[in-house]
Design a protein around this ligand. Structure first.
Ligand SMILES: Nc1ncnc2c1ncn2[C@@H]1O[C@H](COP(=O)(O)OP(=O)(O)OP(=O)(O)O)[C@@H](O)[C@H]1O
Length: 295
């Protein structure tokens, strides 16, 4: 690899990026690799980064931030034949966790410099949003919405919101359309899973694989209140496939319709309320730099 462009979100995770930039200089000099760096501004980043790519002609573009920054870079790179790297420097790094990318900055930079690439699947939602990791409608989207609106931070606050939302059940009626088949179900949550687990470590889709040319739909059926503990247990022990409250199947496209508006979250970001969610596997995969331990 000759040249790398690092896209750094200066505010992600509330982390000062000075140490990271020093590490970057050190590691790239050590490996004789030239690099460019651009900081995101929070506005028109798509244009600024695209222009920088044209000018800099990098072999790889590395997203340094949280899931939002990764999604931004992925949208720009898809179809361009440039690989994407990830340095997890956000408050939420679901995809980096899934890919076993080290949280340690120096180790993460060295993963990039080793340049081991796999092509991962990408989902397109409602012809607009890109999902590399996990997207859903229902209780998790509500959880994220409440958490963001609550203004609180930290694991305890998150756990409190988690149980509050699980207890405050509000199933919706959904119609599922897969190829020629159509069926109806009431559900507390429907997950469109390219990956296997959330950034918190909760395993929603135990067999999830990022490069298998399909994704899983995980339907959480309405459950009695006492099932909350079983569901929480299955989330953290990887037992979701055996759960009587969850149905999981694989597909390459689906349309889910709901009578009422339901919040949709895409890779950690609530993007709005919808009555219809259309999910499709993109024909193009995205080359991503991964550590040797990711199989
Ligand atoms: N220079 C900047 N100033 C303010 N906001 C910015 C800047 N650069 C990027 N952003 C915003 O950062 C957000 C993406 O953050 P990202 O997901 O990478 O990190 P994060 O710490 O996990 O964030 P969050 O906790 O908000 O999800 C986007 O909303 C983007 O608009």
């Amino acid at each position: 690899m000759n040249k790398i462009l690092f896209v750094v979100n200066p505010i992600s995770g509330g982390i000062d990026k000075a140490d990271f930039k020093n590490e970057l200089k050190f590691c790239c000099a050590e490996s004789n690799v030239t690099f460019d760096l651009i900081e995101t501004k929070g506005q028109n980043d798509h244009i600024l980064i695209s222009e920088k790519i044209e000018q800099s002609k990098p072999d790889a573009v590395v997203a340094c931030g949280g899931d939002g920054t990764i999604n931004l870079v992925a949208r720009i790179l898809l179809g361009r034949n440039i690989s994407m790297g990830i340095i997890p420097l956000g408050s939420a790094n679901g995809l980096a966790t899934e890919l076993l990318i080290p949280r340690n900055i120096r180790k993460a930079i060295r993963v990039i410099l080793k340049n081991r690439i796999i092509n991962i699947d990408v989902l397109r939602i409602n012809d607009k949003y890109l999902s590399l990791h996990l997207s859903d409608v229902g209780f998790n989207a509500k959880l994220i919405k409440n958490f963001e609106e609550g203004g609180s931070r930290g694991k305890m606050a998150y756990a409190a919101h988690f149980f509050k939302v699980l207890f405050k059940k509000a199933p919706s009626k959904y119609t599922f359309i897969v190829d020629e088949t159509r069926f109806r179900r009431r559900a507390e949550m429907v997950v469109f899973a390219n990956a296997s687990k959330y950034g918190t470590g909760a395993v929603v889709n135990p067999d999830g694989c990022l490069y298998d040319r399909k994704f899983e739909v995980c339907i959480f059926k309405p459950y009695p209140w006492y099932a909350i503990f079983r569901i929480a247990f299955d989330f953290f022990t990887g037992g979701m496939k055996q759960s009587p409250y969850v149905k999981i199947f694989s597909t390459t496209s689906i349309i889910v319709k709901s009578k009422k508006m339901v919040p949709l979250q895409v890779d950690g970001e609530v993007v709005g309320d919808f009555r219809q969610v259309k999910v499709k596997l993109e024909s193009t995969q995205l080359p991503v730099i991964v550590p040797p331990q990711y199989k």
